[in-house]
Design a protein around this ligand. Structure first.
Ligand code: SAM
Ligand code: DTB
Ligand code: SF4
Length: 324
């Protein structure tokens, strides 16, 4: 049963139960809703890097921090489509384009992004964008161009949000997610752990996500990639146990959603990643780069899939099951 009336107490109990009980419960629910050997493979591309006016304290792309990131303006459409074709050829079924913008503006860059969306859709990939805040009209234009999903993370719990970002509010975030939803675009929203937040902040974020009128179709769980030059450069790496608690609790509270083991895989062993799949993660970012930081090599991931007998999820599976 899909619920959106979870209480904080219920989620706290789920999250803090003995970790192996949590993994067992999450794995059992995972099997009721998903093929446990199926994992979605997504590729990320930063189509516009750096120079962002926001002050997200984890991010390599904010103008406020000296991170040495290779800044570039919006990539040409042809280059993006070539990268999308390569992603498809190497086995990805979703292609996510990220821009270091505070919000979308109605200008030539946006028109160019709409061309990219059309092109990636024509290649036969689920096309996703993460471009910052959106208006209703922009969401509609993206939808009309063939956009499948929009990524906009809550990042952390509401009470901790202004310790991480001051240039926009939690409500701004929720409003954009609502606009994507209203336009019929599939919603991708999750967060990051390891920002210095408490367990209660993490639980609070899961509470907000799992009580949305409709759960996000995908929920990325990122482990902070600590970036030199940002205020969070000294943060300690999160433990696999914390990742398991986050993934397992997301799986139990949002059983139908795809839970993505996102940033931070490079630091994880194959065994740790396997535990995350057991706890209900069923999507990854593949390709040797996330947006600006490294990710496991394609060959290494291919071996992991072989070792665990995982099969990649086909594109547009959700759409197909709706049509049946
Ligand atoms: N500028 C847009 C925005 O913020 O919505 C889109 C791109 S932004 C880089 C997308 C998401 O990536 C962020 O919301 C955050 O959750 C995640 N992210 C960014 N930097 C990260 C890092 N160093 N470690 C982990 N996750 C990160
Ligand atoms: C998400 O939740 N994680 C991705 C994607 N959505 C856009 C981004 C991870 C970024 C990690 C740091 C970097 O490579 O800059
Ligand atoms: Fe800009 Fe997005 Fe990075 Fe925040 S997370 S600084 S909005 S690119």
């Amino acid at each position: 049963m899909i619920r959106n009336d979870w209480s904080v107490e219920e989620i706290t109990k789920l999250y803090h139960q003995p970790v192996l009980d949590l993994v067992y419960q999450a794995a059992s629910i995972h099997r009721q809703y998903h093929d446990p050997n199926e994992v979605q493979v997504c590729t990320l591309l930063s189509i516009k890097t750096g120079g962002c006016p926001e002050d997200c304290s984890y991010c390599s792309q904010s103008v406020r921090y000296q991170t040495g990131v290779q800044v570039h303006k919006l990539l040409p459409v042809a280059e993006v489509l070539e990268k999308a074709q390569n992603a498809k050829d190497s086995g990805s079924t979703r292609f996510c384009m990220g821009a270091a913008w505070r919000e979308v503006r109605d200008n030539r860059d946006f028109d160019q992004v709409l061309e990219m969306v059309k092109g990636v859709n024509q290649i036969g990939l689920e096309v996703c964008c993460t471009l910052g805040m959106l208006t209703d009209a922009q969401a509609r234009k993206l939808k009309d161009a063939g956009l499948y999903a929009y990524n906009h993370n809550l990042d952390t719990g509401e009470a901790y949000y202004d310790k991480v970002i001051t240039t926009r509010t939690y409500q701004d975030r929720l409003d954009t997610i609502g606009r994507a939803r209203k336009s019929g675009i599939s919603v991708c929203s999750g967060g990051i752990i390891g920002l210095g937040e408490t367990h209660q902040d993490r639980i609070s974020m899961l509470h907000t996500l799992s009580n949305l009128e409709e759960h996000p179709e995908s929920v990325p769980v990122n482990a902070l990639v600590a970036i030199e030059g940002t205020p969070l450069e000294e943060q300690k790496r999160v433990s696999v146990w914390d990742m398991l608690r986050m993934i397992g609790t997301a799986r139990i509270t949002m059983p139908q959603s795809i839970v993505r083991l996102s940033a931070g895989r490079l630091e994880m062993t194959e065994e740790e990643q396997a535990l995350c799949f057991l706890a209900g993660a069923n999507s990854i970012f593949a390709g040797d780069k996330l947006l600006t930081t490294p990710n496991p090599e394609t060959d290494q991931d291919k071996m992991l899939f072989q070792t665990l007998s995982l099969k990649p999820r086909e594109a547009f599976k959700d759409k197909m099951s709706v049509n049946v």
